[in-house]
Write a protein that binds this ligand. Structure first.
Ligand SMILES: Cc1cc2nc3c(=O)[nH]c(=O)nc-3n(C[C@H](O)[C@H](O)[C@H](O)COP(=O)(O)OP(=O)(O)OC[C@H]3O[C@@H](n4cnc5c(N)ncnc54)[C@H](O)[C@@H]3O)c2cc1C
Ligand SMILES: NC(=O)c1ccc[n+]([C@@H]2O[C@H](COP(=O)([O-])OP(=O)(O)OC[C@H]3O[C@@H](n4cnc5c(N)ncnc54)[C@H](O)[C@@H]3O)[C@@H](O)[C@H]2O)c1
Length: 484
């Protein structure tokens, strides 16, 4: 057994752990990162990247089909083998050597294996060959171990070895019939991808689609999936599942309907990867999400083992926002504040401070890459009401903007903006329609910058782009007068 000492130990080299490592190393700390699987984590190999790689070809074909003159050039069907080959390129054939080189380049040491906390500031790593490496941190330990697919407790479900997002994004042979349980983001995106492959998709959602977003978003995606041939059962769940000798999945809905598929994808949310992490050795509960303060430090709640604030939890594992870009944002703040604390430098963990993840509460951008796309940031109308804000809700038909009509024949889309009437600033925006993803960042900037609505009149959208919807929304709000 070897023991090594570093300023900072990071457990989990997903996109979030990598960002913490980068900031801390560039701030002059000695850093080691521990990884059990591939450097780059879930996002790079089994989530964001492969899912978007398999969605894009279908979206590109659909885009061409919506433009008269171009539509005529689209003949035949999608080349699934070529799609999967392109996906393989984007996941580097599940080889992380490029990321290993990057770690070396930024001066971060890597220990491959499963990391477990063994006490305050100490971590033990069991390597693939069973060897043990003991690590001691002078300053901090960061847990960035992410999340895994949650399999609900449905009779027979675990036994049939259902697909999770890993199998759905890493598919080698596309099934003819795919059942999907869940109505969230993974379900919407994978249904969209597999429908584009020509798979017979059956989606089972216990409520509507894309809960938590503006209701018109889920309704538009639902209508499009049905239009594309998917069979969608709303208000239903799966009561039992089994596999036949031939490998088919037989499952029953909670209304007694019996159905069959070749594979069943479970897309019912995530569970924290903290079960086998040694949390019990420092008075925390194994298998729990880790609550943190604004600087991503695990809340001590008077726990003497966490004294000195040495433990941080960043990314999915803290359950603030389960998105890569937001986790990386947290990672930059955490890496910098660990450096500041280690070196006794000034800290800025107040609202919008460099060491605080304030945007987690105010402006989380997210895109569902379904067809239509759903891009949202900040509050929905319901969330604004729950927060007790006095708001004006501005709705506009995105298809009525010239830029949209030019972009695609019969463009269908919808935009909703939420304005805080007391501060006269934007606090939320949701866009639904083809290719709205790239329009989202303007709204994020307006919210984070707290740009006054009166000033937004000077932010002129280029003609004829879809962004002209901003003008229509401002008109719906009302143009300021000289007296205002
Ligand atoms: C299908 C799917 C699609 C998604 N698409 C998007 C998207 O388009 N955009 C977006 O922003 N987000 C997306 N997400 C969410 C995104 O994948 C996560 O938010 C992101 O991966 C979280 O990063 P992380 O570093 O916190 O965790 P992870 O990426 O899960 O990385 C954690 C790492 O820690 C390692 N690890 C865990 N435990 C240990 C241990 N004990 N010892 C050593 N190593 C350990 C794991 O092996 C892993 O490499 C998607 C998620 C799914 C499931
Ligand atoms: N484009 C993106 O940014 C992107 C893409 C995919 C995933 N993600 C992230 O990954 C995370 C996980 O996605 P997800 O879709 O698995 O989770 P989710 O939380 O988005 O959706 C879970 C769905 O499963 C349903 N559900 C939960 N338990 C159930 C049960 N027992 N029976 C039937 N239905 C049940 C819920 O009602 C919900 O519709 C999300 O938080 C999301 O942020 C992001």
């Amino acid at each position: 057994m070897t023991t090594r000492a570093y300023d900072l130990i990071i457990i989990g080299a997903g996109p979030v752990g990598e960002n913490v490592a980068d900031r801390a190393a560039s701030g002059g700390l000695s850093v080691v990162i521990v990884e059990a699987e591939l450097i780059g984590g879930e996002c790079s190999y089994w989530a964001c990247i492969p899912s978007k790689a398999i969605l894009r070809p279908g979206a590109a074909i659909a885009a061409a089909r919506r433009v008269g003159g171009a539509a005529e050039a689209v003949s035949g069907s999608i080349n699934v083998a070529a799609v999967l080959k392109r996906r393989d390129y984007w996941v580097s054939d599940w080889d992380d050597s490029g990321q290993v080189e990057w770690l070396q380049g930024v001066g971060v040491d890597l220990v491959r294996g499963h990391g477990r906390i063994t006490g305050p500031r100490t971590v033990s790593v069991t390597g693939p060959d069973g060897s043990i490496t003991s690590l001691v941190a002078h300053h901090a330990v960061v847990v960035s171990t992410g999340s895994a697919a949650l399999i609900p407790d449905v009779p027979g479900l675990a036994e049939i070895e259902p697909w999770t997002s890993r199998e759905a994004t890493g598919v080698q042979t596309v099934p003819k019939r795919l059942a999907i349980l869940g109505g969230g983001v993974v379900a919407a995106e994978m249904a969209t991808a597999y429908v584009s492959f020509g798979t017979e998709v059956t989606l089972i959602a216990r409520s509507g689609l894309l809960g938590g977003l503006e209701p018109f978003a889920g309704e538009a995606v639902l209508a499009a999936l049905r239009e594309a041939g998917a069979s969608v059962h709303l208000g239903r769940s799966i009561a039992s599942a089994s596999r036949t000798d031939a490998g088919e999945v037989e499952y029953t809905l909670d209304d007694g309907t019996a159905l069959v598929a070749d594979e069943l994808l479970v897309a019912t949310g995530r569970t924290p990867r903290s079960e086998d992490l040694g949390l019990e050795t420092v008075g925390l509960k194994p298998g729990s999400w880790l609550d943190v303060d604004e600087t991503l430090r695990v809340l001590t709640h008077g726990n003497p083992q966490l004294e000195g604030g040495w433990l941080y939890a960043v990314g999915d594992i803290n359950h603030r926002v389960l998105l890569t870009h937001q986790g990386k944002y947290q990672g930059r703040a955490a890496g910098d504040v660990i450096v500041a604390r280690a070196k006794g430098l000034a800290q800025d963990g107040g609202t919008w401070g460099v060491h605080a993840a304030t945007a987690d509460h105010r402006a989380v951008p997210s895109v569902v890459f379904s067809d239509p796309e759903v891009a949202s940031v900040g509050l929905t109308a319901d969330a604004a009401e729950e927060a007790g804000l006095r708001v004006k809700v501005l709705d506009y038909d995105l298809g009525a903007v010239s830029g949209s009509g030019l972009h695609a024949d019969g463009y269908a889309g919808q935009v909703r903006a939420i304005v805080d009437l007391d501060r006269e600033v934007l606090v939320g925006m949701t866009l639904v329609g083809a290719d709205v993803a790239e329009m989202l960042h303007a709204a994020t900037i307006a919210i984070v910058g707290e740009v006054p609505i009166a000033r937004l009149w000077h932010a002129v959208p280029a003609f004829p782009t879809m962004s002209e919807v901003w003008l229509r929304l401002l008109e719906a709000y009302g143009r300021p007068t000289a007296e205002d």
